[in-house]
Design a binder for this molecule. Structure first.
Ligand code: CP
Ligand code: NVA
Length: 314
């Protein structure tokens, strides 16, 4: 059964990849790959027998919810889906009370919400590990699965160039942090006004100085895609930004991954998208369904990567 080096992880929160070393991220990826192989071979791995994960959602989810819920079950535990529409949090019970109550009953808490500060508050008052299942600022569980997918398809992570074309928010932020921790050259192409938080870029550049990678922000999607090993995009309007959809369609019109983008990148480049996707907006249907797209491997890997997170920290 899978070998877990839990000493480095037990009890740790998973809120940002910035809180993890390259060595720790590598171990998470290796465990995820091993759990995937065991899963495919029908080998059970009940390393969290009898444990419970509470999963708070104030936003919609398909992949994150199913990955954590199926994942904890496959590890021998059980997941509780707690929609803010149903629990008292949605009626105004403070996050610090929710944290302390859940901590008395469960072994880990995953939260998907709007405010990143809310995730931090939850962790502050929780005595069990907290996992950030997406905030407006970061999406670290996604990027762990993405790094695993890159390793599977490319055999390495270090030294590869990843071009992210689109909105410089949560997914771009976590790609900047996680990619540079692992020695990637991360280039973000976003229009003015939609570029990543300068503080994230500063941290990514610090990471890059240690890992041998780089972190660059540009407004030019073609420059970003030059010689890229990985092309990545995400929706132009994230959850909670629906009212800005029309304005964003205009601002992002030239930030699409299409057959022209593929011509600029390396011929063997892979195409990634965290999903859900809006075809003919940030990515064409042709590219998304084309031979270079790994988006469904990437989605599947959420399951294996999230199992690795839970198995190590809970
Ligand atoms: N990529 C992602 O987080 O998907 P869901 O919103 O479906 O969880
Ligand atoms: N940036 C997107 C990611 C969805 C997984 C959002 O926040 O809606």
């Amino acid at each position: 059964m899978v070998q877990l080096n839990k000493d480095m992880f037990k009890g740790k929160n998973f809120i940002s990849l910035q809180d993890y070393t390259a060595e720790e991220i590598s171990h998470l990826i290796d465990v995820a790959l091993e759990l995937k192989a065991e899963n495919k071979a029908g080998i059970p791995h009940p390393v969290l027998q009898g444990k419970t994960l509470a999963m708070i959602f104030t936003k919609s989810s398909t992949r994150t919810r199913v990955a954590f819920e199926v994942g904890i079950y496959q590890l021998g535990g059980i997941g509780l889906f707690l929609s803010s529409r149903d629990i008292q949090l949605g009626r105004g019970e403070p996050i610090e009370d929710t944290a302390r109550v859940l901590s008395r009953m469960v072994d880990g808490i995953m939260i998907r919400t709007y405010s990143h500060q809310e995730v931090i508050e939850l962790a502050k008052y929780s005595s069990v590990p907290v996992i950030n299942g997406l905030s407006d600022y970061l999406h670290p569980t996604q990027i762990l699965a993405d790094l695993m997918t890159i390793k599977e398809h490319k055999g390495q992570i270090q030294g590869l160039k990843l071009a992210y074309i689109g909105d410089g928010n949560n997914v771009a932020h976590s790609l900047l942090l996680g990619g540079t921790k692992m020695g990637m050259q991360v280039v973000i192409a976003s229009p003015e006004g939609y570029q990543p938080d300068p503080e994230i870029v500063r941290l990514a550049q610090e990471n890059a100085a240690l890992s041998g990678g780089s972190a660059v922000v540009t407004t030019d999607p073609e420059q970003a895609a030059q010689e890229a090993d990985v092309l990545y995009t995400d929706v132009w309007a994230s959850m909670g930004q629906e009212a800005e959809s029309e304005a964003r369609k205009k601002a992002f019109a030239s930030y699409q991954i299409n057959r022209e983008t593929l011509k600029i990148a390396k011929p063997e480049a892979i195409v990634m998208h965290c999903l859900p996707a809006h075809r003919e907006e940030e990515i064409t249907a042709e590219v998304m369904e084309g031979p270079q797209s790994v988006v469904f491997d990437e989605a599947e890997n959420r399951l294996h990567a999230h199992k690795a997170i839970m198995a190590l920290i809970m």
